[in-house]
Design a protein around this ligand. Structure first.
Ligand SMILES: Nc1nc2c(ncn2[C@@H]2O[C@H](COP(=O)(O)OP(=O)(O)OP(=O)(O)O)[C@@H](O)[C@H]2O)c(=O)[nH]1
Ligand SMILES: [K+]
Ligand SMILES: [Mg+2]
Length: 442
């Protein structure tokens, strides 16, 4: 590992060529030497300088571009870092990468390796790094907001605060143990420690009680269209995404497989799933399609139960959040259009009636307009860690008159569980999983 870490790594950090400008990033001990070789000097840190890049052996001109140098440890990775902004043509990029590869101790970076060095050099904790990965992957405004807050330390600050309070509580207890007769430590010595632990436990419980909102923002909300054959499910999906994503025919049983499309509702990622029409059938294929439809509806964030005849019996799965959608209202005469039935929303896919109302109603049902707190759990890894830590604190609260040493140990376990979430404690085994999410050059 140490020799790998001694390498100077480099990679194209910008997107696919050709592009106007390409950014090639370098990090490691050999960065200064590399700059001297390619441009004849190490530029003033943090000052963009226009320079000619030359091939190491032949001094042939490769390109001319902006060069930026960041002296470690005040850099993204904590090491010396440079960025070469060259023209984004394939051959230009290839020639610069080739020149870098020829330098002693230089090698191409692996996926996420710059970020991994940032973590290993204490420039970011694991939650911030997960936030960075999400920021690069973000496709909607809300995913971006969530990710930038986490990348900027939203979760780190909260979790570090809890961890320090638990460590302090334990220190109080151990100090008490040193001073008083071991068997009966007076309550008033320990009381502040217990109340601190109880306070942290309360905050953790509130943090966990979030309806998985952050995870759902990150992964996208799922809305399933459900209803009998010919209710107009596929037509409605097509109307919402304004393209022929699913086949529509007058024949009942047209859709068999699940068909997914992406929608942006109020800046959130929403996956809309079209399904096979629910009915009794002899067809094996259709039966499998219907089973899939029911399963998917069972795990959806919201079910849109469609009907073209105001009957919703048997459509809505038990316990599911749902909206009753009356379809094909263009077929009604103008009087009955206004008659209020059991439907929550009335739409016509053919004429586009009610679609805006439906989208708004979906947003409300999913609570998409809620203000986003600075610290939201975004991954099950974090949730499990916090739950585990809280578990130790709850055990501590139950322990009553148990030996103080046992309680101190529970506090230590609670703090360590938090430390694993931020990466302060014993996380070697997690790193490969976390950094595998990154692309090359990040
Ligand atoms: N007039 C009118 N006809 C509609 C509307 N929506 C759908 N239809 C018609 O209803 C029939 C069935 O539409 P689909 O979208 O295939 O219905 P589905 O629920 O997906 O049907 P399956 O996939 O077979 O379960 C087609 O002939 C559509 O043209 C509408 O808003 N107005
Ligand atoms: K159909
Ligand atoms: Mg269909």
């Amino acid at each position: 590992m140490s020799s790998e870490r001694d390498d100077t790594i480099f990679a194209l950090s910008s997107g696919a060529a050709p592009s106007g400008v390409a950014v090639i990033r370098l990090s490691g001990k050999g960065v200064r030497f590399g700059l001297e070789t390619l441009i004849g000097e190490v530029p003033t840190p943090r000052m963009a300088t226009l320079r000619t890049l030359r091939a190491p052996e032949t001094a042939e001109i490769l390109d001319r571009g902006l060069v930026l140098f960041f002296a470690g440890p005040a850099s993204f990775t904590g090491e010396d870092v440079a960025e070469l902004q060259v023209h984004g043509g394939r051959a230009v990029i290839a020639s610069v990468l080739k020149a870098l590869a020829s330098l002693p101790g230089y090698r191409h970076a692996e996926a996420g390796e710059f970020t991994r060095r940032a973590f290993e050099n204490g420039r970011a904790d694991l939650t911030e790094i997960e936030g960075l990965a999400d920021l690069v992957a973000a496709e909607t405004e809300m995913q971006r907001r969530l990710a930038i807050r986490q990348a900027e330390g939203g979760l780190r600050k909260l979790y570090e605060d809890w961890r320090h309070r638990l460590i302090r509580a334990r220190a109080l207890i151990e100090a008490g143990l040193d001073f008083v007769d071991e068997e009966d430590v007076p309550d008033d010595v320990m009381a502040p420690a217990w109340s601190e632990a109880a306070g942290v436990a309360r905050e953790m419980a509130a943090h966990l009680d979030d309806q998985h909102f952050g995870e759902r923002v990150r992964d996208g909300f799922e809305v399933v269209l459900l209803g009998p054959p010919n209710a107009g499910k596929s037509s409605l999906m097509n109307a919402l995404v304004r393209r022929e994503a699913a086949i529509v025919t007058p024949e009942p049983g047209t859709t068999r497989d699940l068909i997914e499309v992406s929608l942006d509702i109020a800046g959130h990622a929403v996956t809309l799933v079209d399904t096979a029409g629910l009915r009794e059938t002899e067809s094996v294929v259709e039966r499998e399609g219907i089973a899939r439809a029911r399963r998917r509806a069972g795990t959806a964030d919201l079910v849109l139960a469609l009907s073209d005849n105001d009957s919703w019996t048997e459509t809505i799965p038990e316990g599911a959040a749902s909206l009753r959608v009356r379809t094909k209202i263009d077929l009604l005469d103008s009087d009955s259009k206004r008659v209020s039935g059991e439907a929550d929303i009335r739409v016509s896919a053919r004429d586009g009636l009610g679609l805006d109302t439906l989208v708004r109603a979906i947003g409300e049902a999913l609570d998409l307009a809620r203000p986003m707190p600075t610290a939201l759990i975004t991954r099950s890894r974090q949730r499990e860690g916090i739950a585990k830590s809280l578990g130790f604190l709850q055990e501590l609260a139950r322990e009553g008159n148990r030996a103080v040493e046992v309680k101190a140990e529970l506090l230590r376990s609670a703090a360590d569980a938090l430390g694993r979430v931020t990466g302060k404690v014993d996380v070697e085994d997690l790193l490969d999983v976390i950094f595998a999410e990154f692309c090359i050059g990040k």
